[in-house]
Design a protein around this ligand. Structure first.
Ligand code: FE2
Length: 204
């Protein structure tokens, strides 16, 4: 079993729902309106809802649509974290957390790719989906529980401003052209992110 397989194999998150809710409340407290942490938390919430929608889909076509939306959010969010937030963890002398974060997200990407090959209405599909959901839930808990709180307190205000802009930019770069491919319905939170990019200073 590869390292990436082992990461996702730990399907049941060791923390409880209460612990997860507590971590999120604390992270929300630390975030300010429109900063990188508030955007990350918004995307985490959207990802959780997207997992629920995939599982709840009534037929194969609906499930594939929901899976595409989940993949769009998950990949856009993870790419933005990998390009901006995890390097900032290194700047804040949190190399071990940064390395673990990259490893966990790589594992999720592998599993999301494999999910595409399964019959969307099979039990095997639902089992893998639940594996990925559990692994992502644990990863999110680690980010919200302490990694990102450390980043909020350790980096100076100028760095916080910069990573807010860069996180939005990277997320938008991935999601901007992809919306039409997943659904007829617009994803309004992404549009809001794009507006933020348009209005930001082009100094980074
Ligand atoms: Fe995240």
């Amino acid at each position: 079993m590869s390292i990436l397989d082992k990461v996702v194999a730990a399907v049941t998150p060791p923390e409880s729902d209460e612990q997860r809710a507590e971590a999120r409340a604390k992270a929300r407290n630390a975030a300010t309106d429109g900063d990188w942490l508030s955007l990350v938390l918004e995307h985490h919430t959207q990802i959780e809802a997207a997992f629920v929608a995939v599982k709840a889909a009534a037929d194969a076509a609906g499930r594939i649509d929901a899976q595409k939306r989940l993949a769009l959010l998950l990949t856009g969010h993870s790419i933005a974290e990998e390009a901006v937030i995890y390097p900032a963890l290194v700047t804040a002398n949190e190399e071990a957390h940064s390395t673990k974060a990259y490893t966990e997200q790589s594992a999720a990407k592998v599993q999301m790719g494999l999910l595409e090959n399964l019959d969307p209405m099979s039990q095997e599909y639902l089992d893998k989906l639940e594996h990925i959901r559990g692994a992502v839930a644990h990863h999110v808990y680690e980010e919200e529980g302490n990694w990102f709180l450390d980043l909020k307190t350790k980096l100076p205000p100028a760095d916080q401003t910069k990573i807010t802009f860069r996180y939005q930019q990277e997320f938008s770069r991935y999601t901007r052209d992809s919306e039409d491919e997943t659904s007829d319905e617009p994803l309004s939170p992404m549009s809001r992110v794009r507006e933020g990019v348009t209005g930001a200073k082009a100094q980074y």
